[in-house]
Design a protein around this ligand. Sequence first.
Ligand SMILES: NC(=O)c1ccc[n+]([C@@H]2O[C@H](COP(=O)([O-])OP(=O)(O)OC[C@H]3O[C@@H](n4cnc5c(N)ncnc54)[C@H](O)[C@@H]3O)[C@@H](O)[C@H]2O)c1
Length: 320
Amino acid sequence: MSKVRFDDRVALVTGAGGGIGRAHALALAERGAKVVVNDYAVSITNIAENDNRAQAVVDEITALGGEAVANHGSVADPEGAAAMVQQAVDSFGRIDVIVNNAGINASDAIQDEPGPAYASHMGVHLEGQLMTVRAAWPHMVSQGYGRIVNTSSAGALGFVQPDGTWFGSYAIAKGAVIAATRQMAGAGAPHGIRANSILPLAISRMVSPLIPGTPTLDYMERFTGPEHIALGASILASEECPVSGQAFSISGGRMAVLVYASPLGFSDAEITPEKVRDNWGLVMGEQDELHRLGNFYEAVDNAFEYTLLQRAGIGAEVQL
Ligand SMILES: NC(=O)c1ccc[n+]([C@@H]2O[C@H](COP(=O)([O-])OP(=O)(O)OC[C@H]3O[C@@H](n4cnc5c(N)ncnc54)[C@H](O)[C@@H]3O)[C@@H](O)[C@H]2O)c1
């Protein structure tokens, strides 16, 4: 079996000083990519932590025989985003892959007035992912090649936290990432640029505090490593990436496309509310193709992918 490789490819991974980002950087470097390891070193709630986690990951990569450089800028800062792409070009001569992974979770609720958390989520999750791509775009167009992996979240599908709070701007920004990715895919198609997004679930410092002392935490520690996300998503970052514009649910070794579907539905040129009411089953696709897409509804109803992972047989024996 031929190996998926990244020889002569240059990748920027944002938020790569820990968690899933670190796993992306290690996986790409291990398969031959030269990597810019970016991390702004903030807490989950976006407070500066002033450590050198990006350099620590660079040191890990070089110790394993790979090539990497550290970048400490913020993706939410236009100059910072441009500089990390420029660093890839200056250090390694090109930019082939962007893995937009940097993230925070400064919890706000959907009914809250937009405040600092709203601005941070839009800045890091949405603007941050747009700005790195914008900076890399001319390089990717001129070389006729690019791979973009954006990070969304199952939170975009509707997510209630264990304390009963529904996500606010985190989910909104992550939903917008899926839309932005589809636009990038369309605009990139004539230039050999492919863009996809992932909805990961992996044990990390972002998740553990939400479920302390629970069987779910134990389950996630055993079965949902960050390396599973990186290894699944690597195909999307590679020359062999088979699609563009899609979103993928990835956790614990399971990877599945997220389906956007609309059934034949109900149609009547003389539509009225009464006709819609009386044909509700058609509107909802109950008599149509959608009944075969049960797992799509499950993805929406069970934002935590571990339910689907267990159904796929991984850790199925664990009682949650
Ligand atoms: N862990 C999960 O289960 C999960 C689920 C859904 C989505 N996600 C998403 O996956 C991504 C990685 O999450 P994680 O769990 O590894 O979190 P993490 O907190 O371990 O890592 C995120 C990293 O991003 C860095 N960062 C934050 N803001 C930045 C900025 N402006 N510029 C550069 N770096 C910045 C942080 O310093 C941190 O090191 C995030 O986008 C997150 O929203 C994670």
